[in-house]
Write a protein that binds this ligand. Structure first.
Ligand code: NAD
Length: 503
C-alpha cells in the first residue's frame, strides 16, 4: 500500500512539494496520520539557519487518549501474534531504515543541527536496536525445572503487559525512541512515542517508514506535544509503563507521577560527566578524545565528558593540548562537509549556555578559550557558539556542578587519584565517566569505586551498544531496569511462573 505521508498543512502560501515547505506535524494514530486536537503550536527551526521548518502541535490528554485507544485495540490481536510473526514488520523497518539511512540522517541534522556524520552515527545506533529486537523469539524464552517436588514441574513464560509509551529528549531525535519501541513491540506490547517538541521531524520520518513496514494499525503510534502530552501519558490508566529520557528534574517528576499511578517506569536523567586524566596517560590521545567527547554534538550529549579532572602533573601536560584540539574544531552548518561542530538547539538554549559562561567568569574561573564571539558568515542567524574552555574551576562553582549541555569544557585539578575519586563520588549526578591511564591498577580501582554506570577506560564516550544496558546512576537515573540490552526484555514483559502437577 502506498504510504500516506505526513505532508501536513502547507502554510505561508508554499507548496508542499518544495523543500522549504513549513508543515504542521500530525500525529500517527491507529495506522493513520491525523491532525492533533491542539490549538497551540510550537515552532521547529533549523538551528544552523533559524529557518522555520515545521509547526508542532502542543497536544494533550485528548490526543494521548486517542492513541491509547488505538494501541489497546491493536494489543488484543498483537499480543496473540506469534513472536516469529511480530518480528516481520520490524525486519521490514530495518531494511527501510538501511535504504533511507542518509535521508533520515539529513532530517536529524536539519532539525537538530548536529553534523551529518553525527546524525549517521545515531541512525546506526537506532538500527542496532531494531536488529537486536529481531531476536525476540529467542530473547523471550522462559525457563523450566522438572521435579521441583516429586511429580511437580515448574516453568516460566514471559508475557507482554499492554500499552507502553516513551517520552524522549531533543538531543538524539531518531535514536532514543528506538532504544525502547522495537523491544517493546517485538515483545508483544503496543507503543506510543511522544518525541521532543523541539525535534519531531526525525520521528515523523521513521513513522513513515514504520507505516511502509506494515505494522498493523495501532501497534505503533506517535503523539506530539510537551508537558500536557506528558501528563496525559503519566495519568492514563490504559498505559502500563513509561520510558523517559531527558533532564533530571523532569525524570524525577515522571518517575514519581507514573509510579504513583502504578506504572512501570524507567527514567533516564541528566549528566555532568568527569574524565579523570592520570599523569601516566597518553596525553595526546587523552586530549583529542576528551575534546571530541565534550564538544561532539555541540556538547548536547548525555555522555559528554564535560569536566576534565587532571590528577597531579597531568594538569600541566593536558591543559594546552585541550585548547589546541578545541581550536581545531570547525564550527558551522552540520550539513556542510568538513564541519565538526554544529550549532546548539535553539536561540534560547544558546542564551542559557552564554549565561553559564558569564557565571563562570563571575565566579573567578579562568576562560582559556572563549567561544562566545563565533559567527558563521554564511549563516549569520544560526545558533552557533565556538568551543569554550574554563580553567581553575572548583567543584562548588555553578559551572563545575550543573549540566551546561553546550560546548563548554571545564578543567579541574585533583592532587591525587583518591581526591579525584572523591570528587566524582560527591557529585549528585552519575551518568557516565572515563579515566585515561596506562595503569591497570588505577583503571580497576576507578571502576570499583565510582558510581556512574557507563564507564570508559581510555574511551571518551562510553556509550553501551544496543545489546548492553544504557543508563546512569544517582540523580541521573530513576528506576532499576535500564534501556535496551537484556533489561529491555525484563522491562517490557512480566514473568509468569507456572507450577504443574498431573494426576
Ligand atoms: P527535557 O527534560 O527538557 O525534555 C525531555 C522530555 O520531557 C521532552 O519530551 C519534553 O517534552 C518533556 N518535558 C519537558 N519539560 C517537562 C515538564 N516540565 N513536565 C513534563 N514533561 C516535560 O530534556 P531535553 O532538553 O529535551 O534533553 C536534554 C536532557 O536530556 C539533558 O539533561 C540530557 O543529559 C538528558 N539526556 C539523558 C540521556 C540519558 O541517557 N541519561 C540521554 C539523552 C539526553
Amino acid at each position: 500500500m502506498p504510504a500516506p505521508r505526513n505532508a501536513g498543512t502547507a502554510v505561508n502560501g508554499q507548496s508542499t512539494a518544495t523543500a522549504t515547505t513549513v508543515r504542521t506535524v500530525q500525529n500517527y494514530i491507529g495506522g493513520r496520520w491525523v491532525d492533533s486536537s491542539a490549538t497551540e503550536f510550537g515552532e521547529v527551526r533549523n538551528p544552523a539557519t533559524d529557518q522555520l521548518i515545521a509547526r508542532v502541535p502542543m497536544g494533550g490528554a485528548a490526543d494521548v487518549d486517542a492513541a491509547v485507544k488505538a494501541a489497546a485495540k491493536a494489543y488484543a490481536t498483537w499480543r496473540t501474534t506469534p513472536a516469529v510473526e511480530r518480528v516481520k514488520p520490524m525486519f521490514a523497518l530495518k531494511n527501510l531504515m538501511e535504504k533511507h539511512f542518509d535521508d533520515v540522517a539529513r532530517v536529524i541534522t536539519r532539525e537538530h543541527g548536529k553534523t551529518l556524520d553525527e546524525s549517521r552515527g545515531s541512525v546506526r545506533r537506532a538500527i542496532d536496536n531494531v536488529d537486536l529486537s529481531l531476536g525476540a523469539p529467542d530473547r523471550l524464552m522462559g525457563t523450566s525445572l522438572e521435579d521441583i517436588a516429586h511429580g511437580i514441574d515448574c516453568h516460566t513464560v514471559r508475557q507482554p503487559l499492554g500499552v507502553f509509551a516513551a517520552i524522549t529528549p531533543f538531543n538524539f531525535p531518531a535514536m532514543v525512541p528506538l532504544w525502547f519501541l522495537p523491544h517493546a513491540v517485538t515483545s508483544g506490547n503496543t507503543f506510543i512515542v511522544k518525541p521532543s517538541e523541539r525535534v519531531p521531524l526525525s520521528q515523523v520520518r521513521i513513522f513513515e517508514l514504520m507505516h511502509d513496514a506494515g505494522f498493523p494499525a495501532g501497534v505503533v503510534n506517535m503523539v506530539n506535544g510537551a508537558k500536557d502530552a506528558v501528563d496525559g501519558i503519566l495519568d492514563h490508566p490504559g498505559i502500563a509503563g513509561v520510558s523517559f529520557v531527558g533532564s533530571s528534574p523532569v525524570a524525577h517528576y515522571v518517575y514519581k507521577r507514573a509510579a504513583e499511578k502504578g506504572k512501570r517506569v524507567q527514567a533516564l536523567g541528566g549528566a555532568k560527566n568527569f574524565v579523570v586524566v592520570m599523569p601516566d596517560a597518553d596525553m595526546e590521545r587523552a586530549a583529542s578524545i576528551s575534546t571530541e567527547s565534550c564538544f561532539g554534538c555541540a556538547g548536547e550529549r548525555c555522555l559528554a565528558n564535560s569536566i576534565v579532572l587532571a590528577v597531579g602533573d597531568a594538569y600541566d601536560k593536558i591543559r594546552d593540548r585541550l585548547v589546541s584540539e578545541a581550536k581545531s574544531l570547525k564550527v558551522g552548518n552540520g550539513e556542510e562537509p568538513g564541519v565538526t561542530m554544529g550549532p546548539v538547539i535553539t536561540k534560547q538554549h544558546r542564551e542559557k549556555v552564554l549565561g553559564y559562561i558569564e557565571q563562570g567568569i563571575k565566579e573567578g574561573a579562568k576562560l582559556l578559550l572563549d567561544g562566545r564571539g563565533f559567527k558563521d558568515p554564511k549563516h549569520p542567524d544560526g545558533y552557533f557558539l565556538g568551543p569554550s574552555i574554563f580553567d581553575e574551576v572548583t567543584p562548588d562553582m555553578v559551572i563545575g556542578r550543573e549540566e551546561i549541555f553546550g560546548p563548554v569544557l571545564v578543567i579541574m585539578r585533583a592532587k591525587d587519584f583518591d581526591e579525584a575519586v572523591e570528587l566524582v563520588r560527591k557529585h549528585e549526578l552519575g551518568n557516565a565517566t572515563s579515566i585515561f591511564t596506562n595503569s591497570g591498577k588505577y583503571a580497576r580501582e576507578y571502576r570499583y569505586r565510582v558510581e556512574p554506570s557507563m564507564l570508559g577506560v581510555n574511551i571518551g564516550v562510553a556509550a553501551p551498544m544496543a545489546f548492553f544496558p544504557f543508563g546512569g546512576a544517582k540523580g541521573s537515573f530513576y528506576g532499576d531496569l535500564k534501556a535496551h540490552g537484556r533489561d529491555a526484555v525484563e522491562f517490557f514483559t512480566d514473568k509468569k511462573v507456572v507450577i504443574s502437577r498431573w494426576f
